[in-house]
Design a protein around this ligand. Sequence first.
Ligand code: GKR
Ligand code: MG
Length: 428
Amino acid sequence: MRITEMHITPIALGDPPLLNAAGLHAPYCLRTVVELRTADGLSGLAEVPGSVAVDAALAAVRETVIGSDPRNWQALRQRLAERGAPEASAARGDKPWDGRTQVQVFSALDVACLDLQGQAYGVPVAQLLGGVVRERVPYSAYLFYKYEGAGGELGFGNDPAAKGWDAARQRAALDPDGIVAQAEAMVAAFGFASIKLKGGVFEPAQEVAAMRALRHRFGAGVPLRLDPNALWTVPTSIRWGSELEGVLEYLEDPCRGQAAMAEVRRALRLPLATNMCTTSFDDLPGSVRTASEDIILTDHHFWGGLRASMELAAHCRTFGRGVSMHSNNHAGISLAAMTHLGAAMPNLSYALDTHYPWQWEDIIVGGRLPIEDGCVTLPREPGLGVRLDRAALARAHAAYVRCGLRERNDEIEMRKKVPGWTFQATRW
Ligand code: GKR
Ligand code: MG
């Protein structure tokens, strides 16, 4: 089996004006779709966060990829590493999302090769990762403070006919009542049984009040999480974290770096999770030494693929960490990949994050994957179980060309609303 073609297609999908620690989401989120084709007519897919840097890094390895056997991933991985190894965690940057490039090349190729392998062997990717532990993978509602509007070509909330979640996705949510209303609509539409709020937007008191309002509305049976994306100091994290003891399932990245997280963790009776202080294998010795978190949120896009995330899960089991998953905006190929990983990970201890409800478009045959009772059912077909809708891909690529965005920059977007606004790595 030989890879004969590698296609790299940047796309843009509509994204509402969601607020976070680094500013505001642009009207489109960018993704890059990678397709590997084999001589015998198979097509293997992957999707990664989009940027010109990622696209260039993918294009730079095309010659290494072409001619490779996708069933021999470790051999291809080694050849790729000789050209440029995945970056260490220091290159992650200080934004809520991971700024590395090369590691996404490994992720994209790992996933697309697994998709090909699964199709060649007639089994789902989850079986290649070790076997299916659960057929229905639980996801969490992911709430955001947001401005009015839906983003993309829907035109900032000017669809008065929208109902249910489609209407709620357009509405502003800037205070605890708005967050509770958003949660009600999202839970009603998708049946989520856990709820996360993206914090780091308003002063801690306001975000803690929103968590209390959610607790009041949904009760102790619905686990809650808050993620200020490391914007709090250690004293702030301890002060407001102590208010959240008994309210949250876990507090995610209240402050920055393993030493600070470890200090907060020692002071609180509240589990801490991270996708910011322990983000790659070179962070694991520090995580063990400092005991910086209880739960590591893997993300196959940034740990180097699905197989790397399974390796991480084994470390988590060895060192007594819980494991779950982080997300950024994504389409159905990534949702399928995350679901195979969630289906195969024996020690998955929490519902996974997903931004999927915030988008309304997709690029896969059959349209959007359903989320029911808060779960995505593992696709049954061999490989990832999703196929490219080429007309939808062409539309999403045309949107990419038209929109002019070439990398994510939430600070620039925020300045359009709040002139002079600047990102601060630590704010409160
Ligand atoms: O989409 O604005 C966002 C999030 O802030 C995202 O970029 C983060 O990476 O969801 C993420 C997180 O858990 O930190
Ligand atoms: Mg996070």
